[in-house]
Design a protein around this ligand. Structure first.
Ligand SMILES: *[C@@H]1O[C@H](CO)[C@@H](O)[C@H](O)[C@H]1NC(C)=O
Ligand SMILES: *[C@@H]1O[C@H](CO)[C@@H](O)[C@H](O)[C@H]1NC(C)=O
Ligand SMILES: *[C@@H]1O[C@H](CO)[C@@H](O)[C@H](O)[C@H]1NC(C)=O
Ligand SMILES: *[C@@H]1O[C@H](CO)[C@@H](O)[C@H](O)[C@H]1NC(C)=O
Length: 333
């Protein structure tokens, strides 16, 4: 009965769309795939900074009678930079950006040619620009730790320094992440002669001397590379006009790093993802990130046309602190 109604609705829908010269087509149709690929290629060709986009899901597709496709789809930033020759189809998603980027495009297709007339994207902000991040952010812990470690290994102080305050911080996506921030540190009672690294008991008296730094840390947690740290440091506290904050629960370096591999509550680790079920596959919603699953359920029209399509690839958000930092030998940086 429901099915008959559905088919009837579909028939009406098709009739209506035919009148306007527009026909809905299956989101997983091979010609739609071809059209979307062309649109994303076109967009990526025009990009000179930041990261290439890769398809996430086709949201809806329709065909105008003259052979033009009108497409709505979502994309995600990929790990391939804009200048990289690798096609987006060979790239992985950047493990950030919880929400995919909404796009739409008009593509003309005939037997011989595929030609993207326009492609339109909606991002919350400029893709390659530095964005402010909270001074308490979990994401800053590794950059801070490696910065302090580098300071301690290079300064000519007799004692180790530990974190005091953190100033404003930004993160930029450039062939990886670039963190920029200011911080200051206080001298601890641990002499370098006896301690290679900061330990929990390396505490600092409130009247001990301070040192402050500007730090730039480049890292790509999805690649197994050591973070690159550039420091500019001087003695004394951070300039007084800077808004600063002491991250709560900050404890010396090693401990932070060892405690790190705990999943952040919002982003469950990929290994915890529920196994794919047959049912999920049929509804075409498997593996969308949690936010996407929270969307209102598809309209009958959408499900009839297999929309939205199955994600092109599963998206696994980055687990904060999920990397091999624990094993890094800071002495070598
Ligand atoms: C097809 O029709 C649409 C609108 O109906 C128009 O925007 C588009 O330019 C047309 N394409 C061609 C190739 O004529
Ligand atoms: C699709 O494109 C139109 C302009 O052609 C724009 O007004 C609209 O906001 C876009 N929608 C999405 C979801 O990108
Ligand atoms: C296919 O479309 C292109 C432009 O989009 C046009 O130049 C070409 O003549 C078309 N070919 C056929 C066979 O219609
Ligand atoms: C940090 O950078 C600012 C400019 O943003 C500069 O004025 C300051 O001297 C730098 N601090 C150190 C310790 O080099």
């Amino acid at each position: 009965m429901g099915r008959a109604l559905g088919l009837c609705a579909l028939a009406l829908l098709s009739l209506q769309n035919t009148l306007s010269g527009e026909v809905l087509i299956f989101c997983d149709d091979p010609t739609v795939d071809k059209a979307v690929t062309s649109a994303i290629n076109k967009f990526n060709e025009g990009m000179h900074t930041g990261h290439k986009l890769a398809l996430f899901q086709v949201m809806s597709a329709s065909k105008v009678q003259n052979g033009s496709y009108w497409l709505k789809f979502t994309t995600r930033r990929s790990s391939c930079s804009a200048s990289d020759a690798t096609p987006w189809t060979d790239c992985e998603y950047l493990p950030i950006d919880k929400k995919p980027i909404k796009c739409n495009a008009t593509v003309h297709m005939n037997e011989t040619d595929t030609d993207t007339e326009h492609v339109d994207l909606h991002f919350a902000q400029c893709l390659g620009c530095p964005e402010e991040i909270d001074q308490n952010s979990e994401d800053l812990k590794v950059p801070l730790s490696v910065s302090i470690s580098k300071y301690n290994s290079q300064s000519d102080h007799t004692h180790l320094f530990t974190l005091n305050d953190v100033g404003p911080a930004t993160r930029q996506v450039v062939a990886g992440f670039r963190f920029k921030f200011k911080f200051d540190m206080r001298r601890t009672k641990c002499a370098k002669e006896e301690h290679k690294d900061l330990q929990e008991h390396c505490t600092a008296d409130p009247d001990n001397e301070l040192a402050n730094c500007n730090s730039t840390v480049d890292m790509a947690p999805w690649r197994q590379e050591l973070p690159n740290v550039q420091l500019e440091c001087g003695s004394g506290a951070m300039p007084p006009m800077i808004l600063r904050r002491r991250p709560p629960g900050w404890s010396p370096l090693r401990n932070i790093l060892i405690q790190f591999p705990t999943a952040s509550p919002k982003a469950p680790p990929p290994s915890d993802a529920p196994p794919k079920t047959k049912e999920a596959k049929i509804s075409g919603k498997e593996e969308s990130s949690e936010e996407d699953l929270a969307k209102p359920s598809a309209s009958p029209e959408d499900s009839l046309f297999h929309c939205p399509s199955k994600p092109w690839k599963p998206f696994h958000p980055l687990r904060t602190g999920q990397n091999s930092m624990v094993a890094f030998d800071f002495g070598k940086m």
